[in-house]
Design a protein around this ligand. Structure first.
Ligand code: GRF
Length: 200
């Protein structure tokens, strides 16, 4: 059984979607750790409810990004973590972290990358006036929202959409797409070839 760590900074609805998927036995893996950089992340509450071990690590307690990431890596090793799933984790991973877990870290982003990178993907797409946006699951590399793309799902932006209504539909898409991508990863069905991800 493969061990997953999920990193969250906030609400944790994607964490919940993955938990639910695992409970339905659609993924044969165990979430062995939920990590947060924020003490008040609701994701920690969700994890505790499910009796998943949690770790809160405050970046302010570390002298720089690499020392923070070294601490994370040592905890991941202790828990024998195979894969790291970023789910609303609002920190850029250091090159050191990526080297240790290359090809084993996933992220979900609420836009069709490479459009609207950064922390405001939903708002930025809406204010830019694009008619179609969506969600992207990708491998994490050294650059922000940049690694090889595993899956994307699109939706239309309606003239009546507000940030709240669009965010709701984006999140619904995320909750379908992310667990499926995690399953492909766990089942070793993904092969990275340069920028492309092929299904084996
Ligand atoms: C999601 O929109 C995800 O795409 C982005 O952060 C948000 C996290 O939401 N990276 P949640 O904490 O999973 O509810």
């Amino acid at each position: 059984m493969k061990n997953i760590a999920v990193f969250c900074s906030g609400y944790g609805s994607n964490l919940q979607a993955i938990i639910n998927f695992i409970k339905k036995k659609k993924i044969k893996a165990r979430i062995a750790l939920v990590l947060s950089d924020r003490v008040d992340a609701y994701a920690l509450v969700r994890a505790r409810k499910e009796k998943i071990p949690v770790l809160y690590a405050d970046p302010a307690d570390f002298k720089d990004r690499v020392s923070y990431d070294r601490f994370l890596i040592s905890n991941l090793k202790k828990k024998k973590i195979d894969y790291v799933v970023l789910a609303g984790f609002m920190r850029l991973m250091s090159p050191y972290f990526i080297r240790c877990f290359r090809g084993r870290v996933l992220n979900i982003h609420p836009s069709l990358l490479p459009s609207f990178k950064g922390t405001q993907g939903i708002k930025d797409a809406l204010s830019y006036g694009v008619k179609i946006t969506g969600v992207t699951v990708h491998f994490v590399d050294e650059k922000l929202d940049h690694g090889p793309i595993i899956a994307q799902s699109a939706l239309e932006i309606k003239a009546t959409d507000t940030q709240a209504t669009l965010a709701e539909r984006i999140h619904r898409l995320e909750h379908k797409l992310y667990p499926q991508a995690v399953r492909l990863l766990i089942e070793n069905k993904l092969k990275i070839q340069g920028r492309k991800v092929k299904q084996k």
